[in-house]
Ligand binder design. Sequence first.
Ligand code: NAD
Length: 420
Amino acid sequence: MKEELLNDPVFGMAAGQFDRVADFLKLDERVRERCKWPKRIITVSLPVTMDDGRTEVFFGHRVQHHLSRGPVKGGLRFHPKVNVGEVAALAMWMNWKCALMGLPYGGGKGGITCDPRKLSMGEQERLTRRFAQEISPFIGPEIDVMAPDVGTTAQHMAWILDTYSTREGRFVPEVITGKPVELQGSEGRTQATGHGVAFLASRALNKLGLDVKGATAVIQGFGNVGSYAAETMESYGMKVTGISDITGAIWNGDGIDVFKLKQHVAETGGVAGFAGADKMDPDELLIQECDVLAPAALERVITKDNAAQLKCKILAEAANGPTTQEADAIIEERGDIFLLPDILCNAGGVTVSYFEWVQNLQRFSWTKTEVLTKLETKLNEAFENLLLFCDEHKCAHRLGALATGVDTVAKVKKTRGLFP
Ligand code: NAD
């Protein structure tokens, strides 16, 4: 199993980062092994009746990296490239993220190998419900709490909530986060990740002595994270000059009207063809001059081929794992880019998911202002602590963020001891 995981490029990247951090922390070999490998890897087959009457079998995975600090927490992804290695890597990153943010969770991640763009809503509902049914014995409010990720939305979470609650014979909102507000989802959850990205980008601009108002940003991906990051940045008076998604890339040096672009995407399904901007090559977009570059789509898009050409002052890693290890080394060597590492930069989502779970357990709800204010306080605390840590240990931001997360988990494992 170890070999199989390590052969996957995304897991290899997560494991490589972990090894570097474990060396830095001089982790005891036994704790190191326990921290590195996932606790549970579950794969289920999912037969679904398609609209044309055929039965198609999909595969779904859930990886629970560790349960030493609480239930696991992490998203559920629908994407054609989903595989066990990628899911395991994302689960590992979730560990360090939850620990870095001081949330009482281990890391988890799930995914179904499918192309949601080619599935009708009815097919997506049957697929989601089948997955929820098959995975039910392994999840629960104190075991594993899922949330949306690439290709899934609050609606998918509602179907999981309904399937799980029906099985339990009672309403169990705390089994899932990122659900619609009318099903006891949290105010502010939908925009939390993007809002957090924009908030941290503004804090980084402050640290660099740059004005937030008028600062420019380029965003790759205009889904949940990218669109809300753009919206919050615009509300700060920043100019979002470039945006891309799966349909293409667009550019407007005066700033793209985010509200109008959202309308265009709702009508056409993508940013391509937006009248308020020019078309641009998606690869070129990443190397345009800007204050903030926020990759908010998929992993491994900042590579050894484009890292030296980046012209941003801040790299805000809104997506999980957007920068390869080779690119990371180039960026570290350059020393002129302020990195907001993914496990901090996109932690707004899991933080408000935690708030949602807490509200559900208490059967009490907070206002959107309360939620976003608490989120900003938590993000700012983690941001300032990271800068202090990096200053003290003379290390790069990614290493500092991962080291804080890994160290927290390692200490818990050591203190709990090894059973039996
Ligand atoms: P989403 O499915 O809502 O949006 C993904 C976006 O990426 C879409 O606009 C899609 O068109 C675009 N995209 C896909 N392939 C692309 C390509 N090759 N080039 C450019 N754009 C492309 O997903 P999301 O929830 O916004 O997640 C985006 C990233 O953020 C993922 O890495 C996810 O793991 C991470 N993340 C999401 C959350 C969350 O709360 N949703 C939280 C933390 C991290």
